[in-house]
Design a protein around this ligand. Structure first.
Ligand code: MTE
Ligand code: MO
Length: 315
């Protein structure tokens, strides 16, 4: 975002419509073969070593989470991603990521430290589907049917000690499969939330999307979704969740301390130092809309920030 200004997101909004995304792909010019190719791409994006949870999808949709726009087509979502471990381009190839077996370590200031297989975690907590908006700090947005469970369920399971003030998320580190990690950046990718944020009902651990296990480019097998914050908060392919006393130093803060902060709550009135946040471009249609405070989720989360007005809450 700071370091690769000339990449995909800087192309004009008119070029970020799905049509141009796909028309640019040679696969779409091969006539009758095109449908097969798309099916192949989708299959490849999901194929992996045995995932014993596939039978849990699609999960029951939680009707409490509604959208003011159409869901972004899956094909668009799978071909316009941010996953710097692999590339700074929006066309991510994460096939080399081996997502089974996959364990998540839960540690730090908790009663119950554990390293648990992601499938055991899913089976223990259970799954639901939620429709969430997603607003990238680059001013584009999507709407996604995520499957997963409230982060609060994981917090409750870990039984944090009173000294735990923050939850810290860490993405895998393996530069033999992730070429981006051979670039000079502050790996591994770290993100963080306060305990109050982590236990807010909206904070969601994602293991699926579009009614099936989440794809590699989307951060398989387990990622975060915090829809009132800019998208970079939602760390992908998580291997460790730590309960800590001090505010974590995040990946983006380390890369660009003047541009990316800890809180990163969506606010149309607080511009990024290099561009406005007043509007957003919806990726499906290229339609522009006014950005909403807390990405429209203020009713659920505004109270979290009472008394913190002096903090840079929107960066
Ligand atoms: N580990 C990791 N997590 C990440 C990123 C990343 O580069 N690496 N990019 C972030 C950004 S900037 C966004 S907008 C979302 C993108 O999620 P999506 O590709 O599924 O839309 O993932 C976030 N999580
Ligand atoms: Mo983003």
């Amino acid at each position: 975002m700071r370091y690769h200004r000339s990449r995909g997101w800087e192309i004009p909004a008119s070029e970020t419509t799905p049509e141009s995304i796909f028309l640019n792909r040679r696969a779409f010019f091969v006539g009758a073969g095109a449908a097969l190719t798309v099916a192949g791409l989708l299959r490849r994006a999901h194929a992996d070593d045995a995932d014993p949870t596939t039978g849990l999808y699609p999960a029951k949709r939680n009707p409490a989470y509604t959208l003011d726009r159409d869901v972004t087509p899956e094909k668009v979502n799978l071909h316009y991603n941010n996953f710097y471990e692999f590339t700074t381009s929006k066309r991510v190839d994460a096939d080399a990521l081996k997502t089974r077996p996959w364990t998540v370590t839960i540690d730090g200031l908790v009663e119950k430290k554990e390293t648990i297989d992601v499938d055991d975690l899913v089976k223990a907590i259970g799954l639901e589907e939620r429709l969430y908006r997603h607003r990238c700090v680059e001013a584009w947005s999507m709407a996604i049917p995520w499957t997963g469970f409230p982060l609060k369920a994981l917090v409750d399971r870990a039984k944090p000690l009173s000294a735990a003030k923050y939850v810290r998320f860490e993405t895998f580190l393996d530069d033999s499969i992730a070429p981006g990690q051979r670039q000079f950046m502050p790996w591994p990718y770290i993100e963080g939330l306060t305990m109050a944020e982590a236990t807010n009902d909206l904070a969601f651990i994602v293991t699926g999307a579009y009614g099936k296990p989440v794809a590699k480019v989307q951060g398989a097998p387990i990622r975060l979704a915090t829809p009132w914050k800019y998208g970079f908060k939602s760390a992908k392919s998580i291997v460790k969740i730590s309960f800590v006393a001090d505010r974590p130093q995040t990946f983006w803060q380390q890369l660009g301390p003047d541009e990316y902060g800890f809180w990163a709550n969506v606010n149309p009135d607080v511009p990024h130092p290099r561009w406005s946040q007043a509007r957003e471009t919806f990726l499906t249609t290229g339609e522009q809309r006014p950005t909403l405070l807390y990405n429209g989720y203020g009713e659920q989360v505004a109270a979290l920030y009472k008394g913190l007005e002096k903090e840079p809450l929107y960066m």
